[in-house]
Design a protein around this ligand. Structure first.
Ligand code: SAM
Length: 273
């Protein structure tokens, strides 16, 4: 079996705008080096909304080539390192190091939606908190929440590959996560101090009415996966569900923080645990 790589002149964030089309095409992985993203697919697809130079790779080589493009990433006090670089990684001593095997799940830690959530997580005091991660992918946000002090973390994803990857990453990091296949309804009983949901705009809009029931009265929602162009849709849906929403725009993507109106402000801090 062979794979194909499309070498683009685009950044990872620009390529990620086409993630839905790439996933339909069977996306194997995306890597960025020197600001240019390479997209790995099982076969050449000239109908994609991306331009670049195609190269055919032997199966053994594509995995190696893709892996060589993934570098550690640091967001505040959290450093994310792929397993094959962990032993050699000497970034000093960040408070939290997570070893994340991306496999075929989303969440190497590099995407702006993930880094935005990681930054927002670190502005909350998570000690002892009950956290739900909707759309956990590799488990990166759930694992970060657990290592930042959360008392209990439930992680759900509709994709069985993501579920298996998140379970593997929890074991790899010796962190207990309650990982379940499904969406917000799979989270089980009880409410949460924090719901984090890095999804996409359409899914977030669809799930918005179900969020307040999962938050306890002083609970917080951190939502991402919404491009700047579409943040109005997401804000309207979350406000329609009864949440007060704060918008934190990034370069191309927005993080939305939702709270039940009238709830006392949760303890926020800028300190790193
Ligand atoms: C953008 S990725 C986020 C991965 C990771 N949480 C991160 O921040 O890097 C979105 C994830 O949501 C999952 N997903 C999509 N629709 C979902 C839904 N309705 N409920 C739960 N998970 C969903 C996808 O399978 C994917 O793993």
């Amino acid at each position: 079996m062979t794979a194909w790589v499309l070498h683009t002149e685009l950044s990872l964030d620009e390529v990620n705008l086409h993630l839905a089309a790439l996933e339909v095409a069977g996306l194997l992985g995306i890597a960025e080096q020197s600001g240019r993203a390479s997209v790995y697919l099982p076969r050449r697809r000239d109908d994609l909304p991306l331009e670049g130079r195609w190269e055919q790779l032997a199966d053994r080589d594509w995995n190696e080539a893709w892996r060589s493009g993934i570098e550690p990433v640091t967001v505040g006090a959290v450093r994310i390192v792929p397993p094959w670089l962990h032993a050699a990684d000497d970034a000093g001593a960040p408070a939290v190091t997570l070893v994340i095997e991306p496999a075929q799940a989303f969440g190497t830690g590099h995407h702006e939606t993930t880094t935005g959530c990681l930054a927002a997580l670190q502005q909350l005091d998570l000690h002892g908190q009950r956290v739900l991660d909707v759309g956990t992918g590799t488990g990166v946000l759930a694992l970060a929440a657990a290592r930042l002090g959360a008392g209990e973390v439930v992680a759900v994803d509709t994709d069985p590959i993501a579920v298996a990857t998140a379970i593997g990453n929890a074991e790899r990091n010796s962190v207990h996560l309650d990982v379940r296949q499904g969406s917000i309804e799979a989270a089980g009983a009880g409410s949460f101090d924090l719901v984090v949901a890095n999804l996409d705009t359409a899914t977030l809009v669809r799930l918005a009415p179900a969020v307040p029931a999962r938050l306890h009265e002083a609970g917080v929602l951190i939502a991402a996966g919404v491009s700047l162009e579409r943040q109005g849709e997401a804000v309207t849906a979350l406000q329609g569900a009864g949440l007060a929403v704060t918008v934190r725009p990034g370069r191309e993507w927005t993080v939305l923080v939702g709270r039940c109106p009238g709830a006392a402000m949760p303890s926020e801090s800028t300190r790193h645990p």
